[in-house]
Every structure is written in structure tokens, then in C-alpha cells.
Design a protein around this ligand. Structure first.
Ligand SMILES: [Zn+2]
Length: 381
């Protein structure tokens, strides 16, 4: 992983490089920020930079044996710690017991959407944690000298999921680890971190990503055209997870546009029966969109509500619409105004979140479509 694999965050990247270059790396670093800011990718780039034998131009070289082992996720001095669900029957007690699942996550979803991890480990209703026996194995691993490099690096993902007993066991190694050991904590919510751990780290805030930076990244790292990249960046709202998902399915825009227009036409005509059919079709567990695609479609609908409102106001941001979307907006936009736009966006988000949480898709969509009928017939505020 290179620093340039993550969009933006240039100031932070430079701070991390300086720590390594000046050999002033603290024992424990906390990278904290919202989900979708690329924290884990930064942590991995930093770890590889620290291990690399001949970094060039502020990046790991990508060619030395250490860099190769990083790329293969097999570096013996790089340890990952992450929340798991304990399962006695299957002998799952620490992170190491489900390493192949973790490697799958890092390869397939390097932006680290938490919900994806829950799915991969089949968490069901259990809340994954970092347990006390995990702390024991960290203490033990820290007691050996590094194998191939001068540094042993522990990347702890979501340390806020650490149980108090585990944290207590780790206090001493985090404060006084073996020489060369570095702990990199990657947290979605530093407020939930135990204060005893928090106070022992040097903190770096990872902010959201600018649209222009996300656009550049989509062009250079995902091979999108400039138009498509700009459009996707504007929907993604500074979130790398959203951007990456949308980029994987950038051919869907046209399908979504037609579907969106049909839904809005029916909502305008108060066509509840037709909307019921659409909800049943899209929400069908076999032939429908499926949870992931519905999620993207609802992101699209949310963006359209905002774009149409701006169009209606006659102000900017029109770069984000295609010519066909704009053509539809020219007729439909008057129905999205100050009296309903907030609720439209809020309800679209709510439907998306319900779908993410595995609610019955047909019911969620039908409820949402009925609300659309009410909302687009509201008078201007
Ligand atoms: Zn290297």
C-alpha cells in the first residue's frame, strides 16, 4: 500500500513521513476519523513505509523484500488486531484464528466498511470485540524481537471495540513496548476509546476528503473518465467507501436515471399501485436489485433530490448532472423546493439505512414511495 493509494490527506501524509524520516515515531499512534476517510489504507502505507528498505519520493519502494511481504499481507513483523466474534466450538478466540477472513477484507474492501466486516465474519446479531486473550497474544508477540526489520508494527483496527480487561492488559506494552515496536490504532470513533488507551497515543485526526481530491483519485486510481469521476465524487460526499462502491458500478447511472424518473412520475400521479409494483420488483430477494445495489440506488435518489432542488433555485452544482438528468430536472425540479427538500433527503437516507440494516426491502421501499407522494405534493415552505 502506498500513500498515493489514498486520496487527499496530504498534510497528514507529510506528518507521518516526517516521523519516519526523522526517526521520531512514537510508541502509539491514533488515526481517528469517520468511516470512509481511508484511515486503514493510510495506516498500511505508513507501516510499509516504516518497513521499506529504500523508500523513494516519500513512498515505499514497492520492490524490496519487505514491500513484497506487505503486498502479500505476509510480513512477519506486521500484526493486525481487529474485533471478532468469539466462537468456542469453532476455536475462534483471537484475530489470528480468522486471519484468512481478515486478508479477504483487506484485499476486497481496503476502505474498510464496518458493515462488510460484520458480513464476512458472519456476525449475525453479535457485536464483535477485542477480547482479553487478544491482549495476551499481543503482549507475547511484543516480547520477541522483530524478524526481518528493526520494527514490529501492530495495527489495531477499531480499538474502541476493546474490552476494558483487554485494554488494561495492554496499557504497559503501549506505554513501554519493546524497542522498535509501534502501535497504530485506527478508530472510527475516538470518543468511545477507553481514556487510559487514548491518553497514551499521539493523535492524528483524519478528516473527510475534498471532492476535487476524490475526483482525481477516481480518475487515476479507478480509471474513470473525468465526467464520471466528478459525478461520483459529488454523490459520495467525501466518503471513500461510497466513492469506491459507486466506481465499481459506474455503468448503472443510466439504469438508475430511468428508474428514478419512473418512480417520480408515479409519485406525481399518486400511482400507489404502480409504486407498489416497483417496490416489489426492486426489493425482490431473487430478481431485484439486492441490498448493495439498492443502497447505491438510494444514494442516487438522494443526490437527485439535492440536484433538483439546486436546479430549481437556479444555482450551481449542475456539473453533477448529465444532460439527460438535467432535461428531466427542467420539468420536475419545481416539485422539489424549500418546503420538502429536507424531508426528501432525510427520508431517502432513512430508507437506505434501513436497507443496510437488512430490513425487508419491499416494505421499506413501498413506505418510502408513499412518503414521496405526500412530500412532492407539499406546498412550498
Ligand atoms: Zn520497499
Amino acid at each position: 500500500m502506498r500513500f498515493s493509494d489514498t486520496p487527499g490527506q496530504e498534510v497528514l501524509k507529510d506528518s507521518l513521513r516526517r516521523l519516519a524520516d526523522n526517526d521520531t515515531v512514537p510508541h502509539a499512534i491514533l488515526l481517528s476519523g469517520a468511516e470512509g476517510t481511508g484511515k486503514m489504507m493510510l495506516a498500511r502505507a505508513f507501516a510499509q513505509y516504516l518497513h521499506c528498505r529504500r523508500p523513494v519520493g516519500g513512498e515505499p519502494c514497492g520492490e524490496c523484500p519487505d514491500c513484497r511481504m506487505h503486498a502479500e499481507l505476509s510480513h512477519p513483523d506486521l500484526h493486525f488486531v481487529y474485533p471478532i466474534v468469539k466462537r468456542e466450538k469453532e476455536k475462534i478466540a483471537t484475530s489470528a484464528d480468522i486471519l484468512p477472513l481478515w486478508q479477504q477484507m483487506l484485499v476486497e474492501h481496503p476502505e474498510m466498511p464496518s458493515e462488510q466486516w460484520l458480513e464476512i465474519i458472519n456476525a449475525g446479531n453479535s457485536q464483535p470485540s477485542i477480547y482479553v486473550n487478544e491482549a495476551d497474544s499481543i503482549v507475547q508477540a511484543d516480547s520477541y524481537p522483530p524478524f526481518t526489520s528493526t520494527r514490529k508494527i501492530f495495527i489495531i483496527w477499531r480499538p474502541e471495540r476493546m474490552q476494558t480487561a483487554a485494554a488494561n492488559k495492554l496499557l504497559k506494552v503501549i506505554e513501554e513496548p519493546m524497542q522498535g515496536t509501534v502501535f497504530i490504532l485506527v478508530s472510527d470513533n475516538e470518543l468511545q476509546l477507553l481514556p487510559t488507551i487514548y491518553s497514551r497515543t499521539q493523535r492524528f485526526h483524519v478528516g473527510s476528503i475534498e471532492n476535487a481530491e476524490l475526483t482525481e483519485w477516481l480518475i487515476h486510481n479507478r480509471g474513470l473518465s473525468e465526467d464520471e469521476a466528478r459525478r461520483i465524487a459529488s454523490i459520495a460526499g467525501g466518503n471513500l467507501i461510497n466513492a469506491s462502491r459507486l466506481a465499481s458500478h459506474s455503468g448503472e447511472t443510466e439504469e438508475f436515471r430511468l428508474q428514478y424518473m419512473e418512480i417520480m412520475r408515479q409519485a406525481y400521479k399518486k400511482g400507489a399501485a404502480a409504486l407498489k409494483k416497483i417496490a416489489d420488483r426492486l426489493g425482490d430477494s431473487k430478481g431485484g436489485y439486492g441490498r448493495e445495489k439498492l443502497r447505491r440506488f438510494l444514494l442516487y435518489m438522494g443526490r437527485m433530490a439535492r440536484e433538483n432542488y439546486l436546479y430549481n433555485l437556479g444555482v450551481g452544482s449542475l456539473v453533477a448532472m448529465t444532460r439527460e438528468e438535467e432535461e428531466f430536472a427542467s420539468r420536475f425540479a419545481p416539485f422539489i423546493h424549500s418546503g420538502n427538500v429536507e424531508e426528501l433527503v432525510k427520508e431517502t437516507d432513512r430508507a437506505r439505512i434501513d436497507i443496510e440494516r437488512n430490513a425487508n426491502a419491499k416494505l421499506v421501499l413501498f413506505d418510502f414511495f408513499i412518503l414521496l407522494i405526500i412530500l412532492i405534493h407539499k406546498k412550498r415552505g
